[in-house]
Design a protein around this ligand. Structure first.
Ligand code: URA
Ligand code: SF4
Length: 229
């Protein structure tokens, strides 16, 4: 029998990820990903932004409405708040590669032609998109990963990950065969939704400050730091 299955039914980005090439090759290939059904309704793939290598990799959940339109991660309200928090924590945006666990915007509409409302990606979709995150990690080779919220945490550390239990601490975990350092924190959108917004914002800045200290202890830049592998 001839298979009529669409590639997205397999629910994995794996066949779309090129075996070699740097960020540019990955970004080009990701633009055509049909590894899960989320590409169907979204405008475009929103791949990570920044250069490789980068000292720190920030991982969010998925693009929002603005990101979906502009094709860049964290350019909407959550991104503006994140930029402010990074600056306050002393993390240099030039050191950061910014990406999302899921590369397509998932949304619902209350009514046709009405505003698009963000919908959290399922674990299945997050897992499907995982090969892109793994490929980014392999080329960006960050000294530190900052997990912005539960989806990012589950994508890299498994479904038992809890933000509340780990935020603001430095974790050492093996991910895809490599020992990685991670600092989990809340998602900037959670700060925007919080009742005590100022308190939530302070918490985010404090957690990012932990990340900034780790990088500070590591020295100026890993490419030029002598004696580090
Ligand atoms: N929220 C995210 O997790 N990522 C974005 O890029 C924007 C909002
Ligand atoms: Fe591919 Fe990820 Fe988009 Fe799904 S969400 S189609 S796996 S890029």
């Amino acid at each position: 029998m001839v298979s009529t299955k669409a590639p997205e039914d397999a629910c994995t980005a794996e066949p779309f990820v090129p075996e070699r090439g740097g960020l540019a090759a990955l970004r080009r290939a990701a633009a055509d990903c049909r590894g899960c059904p989320l590409h169907r309704d979204a405008t475009q793939t929103v791949f990570g932004a920044g250069s490789a290598p980068a000292r720190v990799m920030l991982v969010g959940e998925q693009p929002g409405d603005q990101e979906d339109r502009q094709g860049e991660p964290f350019v909407g309200p959550a991104g503006k708040l994140l930029d402010r928090a990074l600056a306050e924590a002393g993390l240099d945006p030039a050191d950061a590669y910014v990406t999302n666990a899921v590369k397509h915007f998932k949304f619902t509409r209350a009514e046709p032609r009405k505003r698009r409302i963000h919908k959290a990606p399922s674990l299945r979709e997050t897992t499907a998109c995982g090969p892109w995150l793994a490929a980014e990690l392999a080329v960006v080779e960050p000294e530190l990963i900052v997990l912005l919220g539960a989806t990012a945490g589950k994508a890299l550390l498994g479904s038992s990950f809890r933000v509340t239990e780990t935020r603001g601490t430095v974790l050492e975990r093996e991910i895809h065969g490599r020992q990685r350092r991670l600092v989990p924190t809340v998602h900037p959108s959670a700060v925007l939704r919080a009742e005590d917004r100022e308190g939530a914002y302070r918490g985010l800045v404090a957690d990012l400050g932990v990340a900034a200290r780790v990088l500070g202890e590591n020295g100026p830049a890993h490419a030029s730091a002598p004696g580090t592998a």
